[in-house]
Design a protein around this ligand. Structure first.
Ligand SMILES: Nc1ncnc2c1ncn2[C@@H]1O[C@H](COP(=O)(O)OP(=O)(O)OP(=O)(O)O)[C@@H](O)[C@H]1O
Length: 375
């Protein structure tokens, strides 16, 4: 990060994709592959981050997020493919020679060093003079609101303060890139959300190019300009939070983001049948081979009503369970032996959460919102 960037007062909005495309690339990853024995942990990963971009790696446990982060940091080496930082090949550069900083889940603060000592650590390693070091530490203490805590040891700090020290230590070296590895998971829910917001604003103000690894969709969506959803060692889809959520490229992306239903049906004569007598026409332009078919849709993309709606084909179903969650209610239905979960906002005058199990209702399914897979 350039020295002037620290003083920059850029708008703290997410990066507009068109504006981001004009910025110089900071990290360029091409065809990255990594195996551990017979386990292929990463397979043909391509990823480019431009100046100031924040990208979240999101995906189920074991999909390769940490492996990718560790290769970028230099803790693991790739079997195949290239990594470039500001155009320079990084593959053989050891971790301490990469100008990349990382914040770990555990923060990895040095327990025998004070807050100031921890923040100064990377500067000492880089041989900065005493005066410059003191000024950088003071700058980081100010930015991360650590005034008055400089002389404390990590065990004398709260979880949130420790996290801010870890971020201060990482940013003090003015890295080309920041890596955050589950950096919020040790915080409780309220503090986590507050800290995510603060850090998001800070990283944008300082124009720090960042990759964060998380299991948590809310965290990824709250912080990132783009989200890379990983599955089985590959980036299944990358896009803005809205793109990946609204237009999932694969079943795995749809299932991983939000909650989804999968119903078994049969495709016959341009129609999908979910049960005897319960069919709907395929939307124009959609085709699926005749035979068994899986119908996938998000739990919030179906409707439930006590009277048949005229909008789409309404399927008679029975309530199995309904739960009131405040702003939302979840209704579990039995549709001719298949379970369907529907999440609906409770703002209408007809909350269904009070419906007893066994009540007859109608499931309203919009074929346009369904993903169809043969087999
Ligand atoms: N050092 C290692 N030796 C052997 N296998 C490994 C090693 N590191 C990772 N793996 C395997 O590679 C795959 C990807 O692991 P990785 O830790 O990158 O996943 P992840 O998405 O970060 O998972 P999590 O969210 O649980 O941390 C997994 O199957 C894992 O078991």
């Amino acid at each position: 990060m350039a020295a002037t960037a620290l003083a920059a007062d850029a708008a703290a909005d997410t990066l507009d994709p068109a504006a981001a495309a004009e910025r110089p690339p900071v990290l360029e990853i091409a065809s990255l592959r990594k195996s551990f024995g017979s386990m292929l942990a990463l397979d043909r990963c391509d990823l480019t981050l431009r100046q100031g971009e924040i990208v979240a790696l999101l995906g189920a446990s074991g999909c390769g997020k940490s492996t990718l982060l560790n290769i970028i940091a230099g803790f693991e080496t790739a079997d195949f493919g290239t990594l470039r930082l500001r155009g320079a090949l990084l593959n053989k550069v050891p971790p301490h020679r990469r100008n990349i900083a990382m914040v770990f889940q555990s923060y990895a603060l040095f327990p025998h060093m004070t807050v100031a000592g921890n923040i100064a650590y990377g500067l000492e390693v880089r041989g900065l003079g005493k005066a410059e070091m003191a000024s950088r530490v003071a700058e980081m203490v100010g930015i991360l609101r650590l005034q008055g805590l400089e002389g404390r040891y990590p065990q004398q700090l709260s979880g949130g303060q420790r996290q801010r020290v870890a971020v201060a230590r990482a940013l003090a070296i003015r890295p080309d890139m920041l890596l955050l590895d589950e950096a919020f998971s040790a915080l409780d829910k309220n503090l986590r959300e507050e800290t995510q917001l603060e850090l998001s604003l800070l990283l944008r103000r300082l124009d720090v190019t960042t990759i964060l690894v998380t299991h948590d969709q809310r965290e990824a969506f709250a912080l990132a300009d783009r989200v890379a959803v990983m599955h089985a060692g590959r980036i299944a889809q990358i896009g803005t939070p809205e793109q990946v959520y609204r237009h999932p490229a694969t079943d795995q992306v749809l299932r991983f983001l939000g909650s989804a239903n999968t119903l078994r049906g049969t495709a016959r004569a341009g129609e999908i049948r979910l049960a005897e007598g319960l069919g709907y026409a395929l939307p124009p332009g959609r085709t699926v081979p005749e035979g068994p078919v899986s119908v996938l849709f998000r739990t919030e993309d179906a409707g439930v009503s006590t009277v048949p709606t005229a909008i789409h084909r309404a399927h008679p179903a029975r309530v199995t369970l309904s739960t009131f969650f405040g702003a939302q209610e979840r209704v579990v239905l039995d549709l001719d032996g298949q379970q369907v979960v529907v999440d609906r906002p409770v703002r209408s005058a007809d909350p269904l959460a009070s419906l007893p199990a066994g009540s007859a209702v109608f499931l309203d399914l919009d074929p346009e919102r369904c993903r169809l897979e043969a087999g």
